[in-house]
Design a protein around this ligand. Structure first.
Ligand code: SAH
Length: 548
């Protein structure tokens, strides 16, 4: 039976993709069905058909999976945040572990049979765990002001002020802000017209200190009746910092660079373990403090410190991991790109009386090589905790040259983790321990920590086979390797793309392609041209890997 658009059909969900969509197969054709859980038998409606795969909308659950639960949040299906709300928590943990394992094997080419996985660390209470929320403001259908979350992959705001992952104070704060807007006639920002003032409201809470921060992201430099708003917000227990963030750009980046302080010290503080951290609105701070403590304890354990070691903590944010490690190391150097975060990091060291640390402001891929060339720095242990795009090749290259005993890799993206582990393993390191920590219950995201140490490899062999200078790293410098792009495209669209097509689209996007890589041999040589459908898929992958 051939299924056409808008047809309804029945299918068994046999698997799930990394975005949490259910996967079902009918006559060799693959269906991706959002909100369906592995094990469900469902009725679905075809909404988009491609050659070998299609997308369908979940209409009815005929037989529920044993792992299906009723989503606790009424907005779960529309909202983009929780892709796994219909899945039992234990099943989510298994899903996440498998996702990481698949990446390490398929993208990193590591041997799945011997990967030293330790049991994922789940959450004791998977609700209200987030210490940070960013609510977009907009206009509802009836013209009223609404705050909430973006619907998955769109910029449509779903009205939802009490997200069950966030703290209860969020709703009270949003209500006060909405009331103030009504009273003073302040309009929410409209992306289409670039008019209106309030874009987002950032709320943070220190779980151990109870301190609250409110930062209004505005399309302007001040807000009418700021004093009154401050007075209203100040009354809330724990309120510590109220500020404005100026963002007048036509962009979907939430925060601008400039802060205007309205009330309080401009930051809040919180504890992880025994260490107190000062957190300002622009600094990165882990969103799940309870699990963060477990993650950092693990980082400390993996680092294997005795008190004699020189440690580098790359992508250090406000110095969270650095200060944790400093208590057990001889000296820790941190590197971070955001100036405010570096300021926080230095202040945090001072606040806690920790003297054996130093922080560098700049890109890890520039600071580390420069320090290595100029000052012949060395390291016993290097910890990296990069953003989703992973480590830059210049950074990995320098780590290999510095040759620390141990590398501890903390990652929030299994695909780029796998890519980087491949480089480190090719450079003579061995994966000794791997463990996932769930910091983001109900979503598909997962944190992974990996311990690498120098393998028992013949050093001559390393030099011959793994000199990075001799390798063609051009494709790598562009953000992701050809196999990674292929893997990503296949996983997300079911399409197979060739190196030739990838290099064609790279050129189109102005990304440098390795010398002579797939260049036509002669002007008149005829090469197959990448079809538009595949071009779109490749471009999506480039976007994912931060290449465009
Ligand atoms: N280790 C910290 C922060 C991890 S998040 C913690 O656990 O809290 C990643 C951090 O890397 C962010 O603070 C981000 O600002 C920083 N960053 C992003 N790109 C960077 C680069 N190229 N060099 C150094 N730091 C970078």
């Amino acid at each position: 039976m051939e299924i056409k658009k808008n047809d309804t059909f029945t299918v068994q969900i046999e698997d799930m993709n990394e975005d949490g969509a259910g996967i079902g197969k009918l006559d060799g054709f693959i269906w991706f069905i959002k909100d369906a859980v592995c094990g469900d038998r469902v009725e679905a409606k075809a909404i988009k058909l491609k050659k070998t795969y299609g997308y369908a909308r979940l209409m009815r659950i005929l037989v529920p999976s044993e792992n299906r639960v009723k989503p606790a949040c009424p907005a779960a299906r529309q909202c983009g945040g929780c892709q796994l709300q219909a899945m039992r928590y234990e099943a989510q943990l298994a899903f996440k572990e498998r996702k990481v394992q698949n990446s390490l094997v398929r993208i990193g080419g590591l041997d799945g049979g011997v990967l030293p996985f330790e049991l994922i660390i789940g959450m004791e209470n998977p609700w209200r765990y987030r210490n940070k929320a960013q609510f977009p403001f907009g206009q509802g259908k009836d013209g009223g002001i609404i705050a909430g979350f973006y619907a998955g992959r769109t910029h449509t705001i779903i009205e939802q002020e009490d997200c069950l992952l966030g703290v209860e104070e969020n709703q009270t704060i949003l209500t006060l802000i909405r009331e103030h807007m009504k009273k003073t006639g302040i309009r929410p920002y409209d992306e289409e017209t670039h008019q209106g003032l309030i874009r987002h409201v950032l709320i943070r809470k220190g779980f151990r200190t109870g301190e609250l921060m409110v930062c209004l992201v505005i399309n302007g430099r001040s807000i009418p009746g700021a004093g009154e708003l401050v007075d209203a917000l100040r009354k809330l227990e724990g309120m510590t910092s109220i500020s404005l963030n100026v963002n007048r750009e036509k962009t979907n980046v939430i925060m601008g660079r400039e802060l205007v302080n309205l009330w309080g010290p401009g930051c809040i503080s919180d504890y992880i373990g025994r260490i107190r951290y000062r957190i300002s609105p622009l600094s990165f701070y882990q969103v799940n403090p309870v699990q963060t403590e477990k993650l950092y304890a693990l980082a400390l354990e993996y680092a294997g410190l005795t008190g004699k070691e020189t440690v580098w903590d790359l992508y250090c944010g406000i110095g969270t991991i650095s200060l944790f490690l400093a208590e057990r190391a001889r000296f820790v150097y941190g590197v971070e790109i955001v100036p405010e975060a570096v300021k926080d990091a230095r202040e945090n060291a001072r606040l806690n009386g920790i003297k054996n640390v130093e922080f560098f402001e700049g890109k890890a891929e520039e600071i580390l090589p420069a320090q290595y060339e100029k000052n012949q720095i060395r390291a016993d242990v290097i910890v990296v905790d990069p953003p989703r795009k992973g480590c830059d090749v210049a950074c990995l290259d320098t780590i290999l040259k510095m040759s620390p005993q141990r590398v501890v890799y903390v990652s929030c993206d299994p695909a780029t983790l796998a890519r980087d582990l491949r480089v480190l393993c090719d450079g003579g390191y061995e994966v000794k321990r791997v463990r996932c920590v769930d910091m983001f219950a109900w979503s598909v995201h997962v944190e992974t920590i990996v311990l690498l140490s120098k393998g028992e490899v013949d050093s001559k062999k390393i030099r011959v086979e793994f000199s990075l200078e001799d390798m063609d790293m051009s494709e790598f410098q562009d953000g992701a390797t050809y196999p990674q792009i292929k893997e990503y495209v296949l996983e997300h669209t079911g399409l197979k793309v060739s190196n030739l097509y990838i290099s064609q689209i790279k050129r189109k996007c102005g990304i440098e392609v390795g010398k002579n890589y797939n260049l036509p041999k002669a002007e008149d040589s005829r090469q197959p041209q990448c079809p538009p459908e595949k071009e779109k898929a490749i471009r999506e992958a480039f976007k994912y890997f931060g290449m465009i």
